[in-house]
Design a protein around this ligand. Structure first.
Ligand SMILES: [Zn+2]
Length: 395
């Protein structure tokens, strides 16, 4: 599907690169990244359509991590400490009510409640997450999507952290937010998204499948202004999480804090091009390190039905030089899913033999996965980390 620009609606967006992705549970699809010649915004296009994306999400359970006994990560705790202080400082007081769109497991809202926000409510499309928020933190959520939810309540603060980059029509959702805050004296919105910036600051996989809109500081501020918000203050981090992030607090009352928007079409085109050549070199370089071991193995299994396996196949010559015998994953949601030529299998159902090799394609969870595979190494199976990074940055 070819998209229009998510910010200015231009239908003449320019494709910078695209590759063929063997998507889990979907047909193999051309996925690319494009720049808008009018406003410079970068989006994923071509992409899958909305229904296909929902099919993907339902098979992936990407936003709950059972590995941490349902506790928030240290990074998440730290991020919330800062977010609450930043918002309080920007507004001048703690807001009395908060609605979070995309409230996930409820941890964020529980922190705002514990800080003293009297009324908190979530909107969350995953029923499993809605139940989790109730059970873990006694947080109420509307079980619905950003597109479909309805409320007559008014909220002083709206929170959308890591939501806009996933939405097919982010400006419509921001307009809906503005409407929810139309009858109050002053409303605030806090938006946080991955920050598209210098390609050297972007991790492999930054231009990803789930993220269909990309924000620079300039077009994020512009997106808020177009929706009727006026930016109060912003925060940027480059080294603290896997991707750079930007957070903006904006008001329904006019502010005069930031200069007017200037489209940087050429700059953003450059970022996409530089990133793409870095990305290809990166994935191929990782594969080259393990290639001779792969070629010596009896059978090869890819570990992880998901996006990193897509990127490995899309960005390297793996399939030209190796026969891949299967795909496996510990998540039962993925068993039976077709990805490319393979059907994802339960690792316990595979008749592992000495001389088999497992290649772990995950970036963020590589070490966790590797450590959990000693049972395979005991059987004489080689377990290879593709990235071999000591990942100190938090998710
Ligand atoms: Zn545009």
């Amino acid at each position: 599907m070819i998209r229009k620009c998510f910010l200015c609606n231009s239908d003449a967006i320019e494709r910078i690169f695209s590759t063929t992705w063997p998507l889990p549970g979907l047909s193999t699809t051309e996925i690319g990244f494009s720049v808008c010649p009018d406003c410079g915004s970068v989006c994923q296009s071509p992409s899958v359509n909305f229904d296909e994306m929902m099919t993907f999400y339902s098979s992936m359970a990407v936003y709950t991590n059972p590995g941490r006994q349902e506790n928030p990560s240290d990074a998440k705790v730290r991020d919330l400490d800062e977010q609450i202080q930043f918002i309080k400082r920007g507004i001048g007081h703690l807001p009395s009510s908060a609605l979070q769109i995309g409230s996930s497991d409820g941890y964020t809202l529980s922190r705002f409640r514990d800080a003293g926000v009297e009324r908190v409510l979530g909107v969350e499309p995953s029923s499993a997450s809605v139940e989790l928020a109730k059970r873990l933190y006694q947080i109420d959520c509307i079980d619905s999507s950003a597109e479909d939810f309805q409320t007559d309540e008014r909220f002083e603060l709206l929170l959308l952290t890591h939501v806009l980059e996933h939405l097919y029509q982010p400006q419509e959702i921001l307009a809906k937010c503005r409407k929810i805050q139309s009858n109050i004296d002053e409303g605030f919105i806090y938006i946080e998204v991955p920050l598209m910036t210098n390609p050297d600051s972007l991790c492999p996989g930054f231009f990803s499948f789930e993220h269909i809109n990309y924000y620079t500081k300039e077009n994020l501020l512009q997106s808020l202004k177009l929706a009727g918000y006026s930016p109060v203050s912003l925060i940027e981090h480059f080294n603290s999480n896997l991707s750079p992030i930007i957070g903006v607090l904006a008001s329904t009352k006019k502010q005069n804090n930031y200069v007017c928007f200037r489209a940087d079409v050429e700059g953003n085109r450059r970022i996409l091009k530089d990133y793409h050549s870095k990305e290809i070199n990166y994935w191929q370089g990782c594969l080259d390190v393990v290639m001779s071991k792969l070629q010596q193995s009896k059978r090869i299994f890819l570990w992880g039905a998901g996006i990193h396996t897509c990127q490995l196949v899309a960005n390297t010559n793996l399939l030209e030089y190796c026969k891949v015998d299967g795909l496996t994953d510990t998540s039962s949601l993925k068993w039976g899913l077709k990805q490319g030529e393979w059907i994802c299998q339960d690792p316990a159902s595979i008749n592992w033999q000495e001389g088999d090799t497992v290649l772990i394609s995950s970036y963020a969870s590589e070490k966790e996965i590797f450590n959990a595979l000693s049972w395979l190494r005991d059987k004489g199976v080689e377990t290879l980390k593709l990235h071999s990074i000591d990942n100190i940055r938090a998710r």
